[in-house]
Design a protein around this ligand. Structure first.
Ligand code: CP
Length: 319
């Protein structure tokens, strides 16, 4: 119980631990079959109080690919939350059934409340507009794989920088690496929160804020597009006014470097035109694939499972 480790924020892991997890994810990518029994007998619970396609299904796929099994709910309405059960009680119940839990919740801090009462590792799979640490691990692994390192590039983050939890988590994580230049591209109403720019100022990290995407396209090594977060707006009128503020299309792609990589945590609405999908610089579906490898690596890390079954192990087992 004392060694229990959770993932609430990417900052919960040191840079060295993150490097080790990304090395493990890269090994999983190359040797997937060698990991297929690493979690035999283990159970993952996915407790999703908010909609999800990628995060929930990639966690479930990750556990199944590791040989484990999965339980859970994908809708608060089909759980006893609908009858008023607290997150603290729910996690105590889940701890009786599963070895590890991934939780998404619309309220900021809910997975932290769960972790405080849990006897199994809890992973924050997104809490309100706050953090989305496993998307950040996905983004970091994708950048490391495409760029060769997590240092020395210019990244433009574009769209809803106010409510986008993936953006907040990613900025927090990237400002621990050297020589990153941020360009925040958003309408005035959706600027990155002050607490983040204050942190960047304090750390002396290079950033600037702009409104027009066209003005900065030629400078970017990575462009991280985001959708406007309809579910976090207080009124529909503002959402409708801002939702199509940015649309990445072929014309804008023509202004960018050949070596640009376009990322997006997905789901996409209108902010990337489908014509961009065929551009070799569109990396957002590759990014989903990296999300599977890194979630497999995270499950192994939090469960304290090390090593992998090599071909020679299998020969020994069959002897
Ligand atoms: N990127 C992401 O969190 O997608 P889902 O909401 O589909 O899980």
């Amino acid at each position: 119980m004392n060694n229990l480790r959770h993932l609430m924020s990417p900052m919960d892991f040191s840079l060295q631990e993150l490097d080790e997890m990304f090395d493990l994810a890269a090994d999983i990518e190359k040797n997937m079959k060698d990991y297929s029994h690493m979690c035999d007998g283990k159970i993952l619970a996915t407790c999703f109080y908010e909609p999800s396609t990628r995060t929930r299904l990639s966690f479930e796929t990750a556990m199944l690919r590791l040989g484990g099994q999965v339980i859970g709910f994908s809708d608060a309405g089909s759980s006893s939350a609908a009858k008023g059960e607290s997150v603290s009680d729910t996690i105590r119940v889940i701890s009786c059934f599963a070895d590890i839990c991934a939780m998404r919740h619309p309220k900021e801090g809910a997975p932290m409340v769960a972790a405080a009462r849990s006897s199994i590792p809890v992973i924050n799979a997104g809490d309100g507009g706050h953090q989305h640490p496993t998307q950040t691990l996905t983004d970091l692994l994708t950048i490391r794989s495409l760029h060769g390192s997590l240092e020395g590039f210019t990244i433009g983050l574009c769209g809803d920088l106010k409510f986008g939890r993936t953006v907040h988590s990613l900025i927090n994580a990237l400002c621990r690496y050297d020589n990153i230049n941020f360009i925040f591209i958003s309408p005035e109403e959706l600027r990155v929160p002050d607490y983040i720019t204050e942190k960047l100022d304090k750390l002396g990290v290079s950033y600037r804020e702009v409104i027009k995407l066209e003005d900065v396209m030629p400078e970017l090594d990575f462009l991280y597009m985001t959708r406007v977060q309809r579910e976090r707006f207080f009124n529909e009128e503002d959402y409708v006014r801002l939702k199509d503020f940015y649309i990445l299309d072929k014309n804008k792609m023509n202004m960018a470097k050949d070596s640009l990589n376009v990322l997006h945590p997905l789901p996409r609405v209108n902010e990337i035109s489908v014509e961009v999908d065929d551009d070799k610089r569109a990396a957002y579906f590759k990014q989903v694939q990296y999300g599977l490898y890194v979630r497999m690596a995270l499950i192994l890390t939090l469960l304290g499972i090390k090593g992998r079954n090599t071909a020679s192990d299998k020969e020994d087992a069959n002897a």
